[in-house]
Design a protein around this ligand. Structure first.
Ligand SMILES: Cc1cc2nc3c(=O)[nH]c(=O)nc-3n(C[C@H](O)[C@H](O)[C@H](O)COP(=O)(O)OP(=O)(O)OC[C@H]3O[C@@H](n4cnc5c(N)ncnc54)[C@H](O)[C@@H]3O)c2cc1C
Length: 404
């Protein structure tokens, strides 16, 4: 490469990974003015759904994705928490309403099939170069980064964005450690049709093995995330479709009437872990390459979308200043701005999950007290709702619905 080529590479970004986080990052970086190449092998079918918080919907609106998705998304206007344990100290039922926060909805739930399809179309409409390959190696240089693909081809860019998921090859190549934690639980997922309307209400039953959550989808349909022990997960997955639907209806106390299985079932062992560093030289980690969090409280991809929005903002500012988009300041600022959000949500989800699993009565009492306080103190309830939807400080411009 000649020197002018290297200088040109400083305004270019390679995004590795074509999951929802990588696709969003590619679009956001292109909107910031970078020249983007997306390295994305074919995706496996994903039967899950994603509840996109209000701020994530703002990002998708700003990137032109939302109009392609809105008709397939259902609003979550009320979130209801029900203590479904059979313990001595049980929490009161609590309902949070989006109206209390002057929002139309806390979040919008969409099948990942539709989400990824809308993102794919937007990526292709944005003219982003897409290469169907796997990354096999990375070489971080002072003025550019080299990426080697399994085809043997080498690409050069000013910035490398690792969105290649929880087993990130980029993270390994850069020798960045994570400290993965596993939980004795598995999330069983499915989409079910039901005879009664959900009324745009998401209901979360807290049980001794973890939450059982019903999340509205368009029509008389809901997705479920049923967190249970490994043996029970295996049993549920092995049931015939009608018996499975009946088992879900029983867990839901029939609040949505009779149920019918509409999708393949998924089974996801719970784990958590955050990369020790989110940047190294000209590379940054995002999405599950950076942080894995149990599927409780719908936080995982929402964090990934905020990673993308933050990075795009830094890149837009660097380009406006005529600078290098992969310089060390960008990586370090990204690391500093993302740490608190990722740390706070990982901590809260872990604490909540452990409070359900423990047999310690005082912990059940504390959880019950916290929920009772939320039920009876509107200011506290609103503060918790605001934090649950997204951070209130250092909000990236796209998340706030403002242009880059
Ligand atoms: C049951 C369940 C329910 C969930 N519900 C929600 C929810 O309601 N709301 C929410 O916000 N989050 C939710 N999440 C979390 C969310 O699904 C994840 O955060 C999200 O899918 C992670 O996206 P990603 O793009 O980072 O990773 P992935 O989707 O894993 O994508 C990584 C991509 O990288 C590619 N790749 C891998 N290796 C390479 C390589 N060497 N080279 C190139 N490409 C590579 C893979 O092919 C893959 O397509 C849920 C998770 C689970 C398990």
């Amino acid at each position: 490469m000649t020197n002018p080529d290297l200088r040109a590479a400083q305004g270019t970004a390679i995004v590795v990974g074509g999951g929802a986080a990588g696709l969003t990052a590619a679009l956001a970086l292109a909107a910031a003015g970078a020249s983007v190449t997306l390295v994305a092998p074919e995706r496996r079918p994903d039967p899950r759904t994603t509840a996109l918080m209000d701020g994530s919907v703002n990002v998708l609106k700003m990137l032109g994705v939302w109009p392609r998705l809105a008709e397939n998304a259902a609003p979550l206007k009320v979130m209801r928490l029900i203590d479904g344990t059979r313990r001595l100290l049980r929490a009161p039922e609590v309902a949070f309403s989006a109206r209390e926060m002057e929002l139309d909805a806390f979040a919008w739930n969409v099948e990942n099939l539709h989400l990824n399809a809308a993102l794919d179309t937007a990526v292709s409409d944005a003219g982003i170069t897409r290469i169907a390959a796997q990354l096999v190696d990375v070489a971080n240089g002072s003025d550019h980064v080299d990426v080697t693909l399994d085809s043997g081809r080498t690409l050069h860019a000013g910035l490398l964005v690792a969105a290649d998921g929880r087993d990130s090859a980029v993270r390994r190549a850069l020798d960045i450690a994570t400290h993965p934690r596993s939980y004795p639980q598995v999330a069983v997922t499915a989409t079910l049709a039901h005879t009664r309307p959900h009324g745009d209400i998401s209901t979360e039953f807290h049980t001794e093995t973890g939450p059982f959550t019903l999340v509205p989808l368009p029509g008389n349909r809901s997705s479920i995330v049923c967190v249970v022990g490994a043996a029970e997960a295996e049993r549920l997955i092995g049931l015939d479709p009608d018996a499975f639907a009946r088992a879900m209806e029983l867990r839901a106390n029939s609040i949505l009437g009779a149920m019918r299985l509409e999708s393949p079932r998924g089974s996801f062992p719970l784990s958590a872990g955050t990369a020790e560093r989110l940047n190294s030289g000209r590379a940054v980690l995002m999405g599950e390459a950076a942080h894995v969090i149990p599927p409780i409280g719908a936080q995982g991809l929402n964090l990934g979308i905020r990673d993308a929005a933050t990075l795009a903002e830094l890149v837009a500012d660097a380009l406006r200043a005529g600078g290098d988009i992969g310089g060390s300041t960008i990586g370090e600022t990204y690391e500093r701005r993302r740490r608190a959000d990722i740390g706070a949500r990982t901590f809260a989800v872990d604490l909540f999950n452990r409070s359900l699993l423990t047999s310690l009565v005082p912990v059940h009492g504390l959880r019950g007290l916290a929920l009772w306080l939320m039920q009876s103190a509107p200011p506290l309830r609103r503060a918790v709702m605001r934090e649950g939807v997204g951070p209130t400080r250092d909000v990236p411009r796209l998340v706030a619905g403002r242009p880059l």
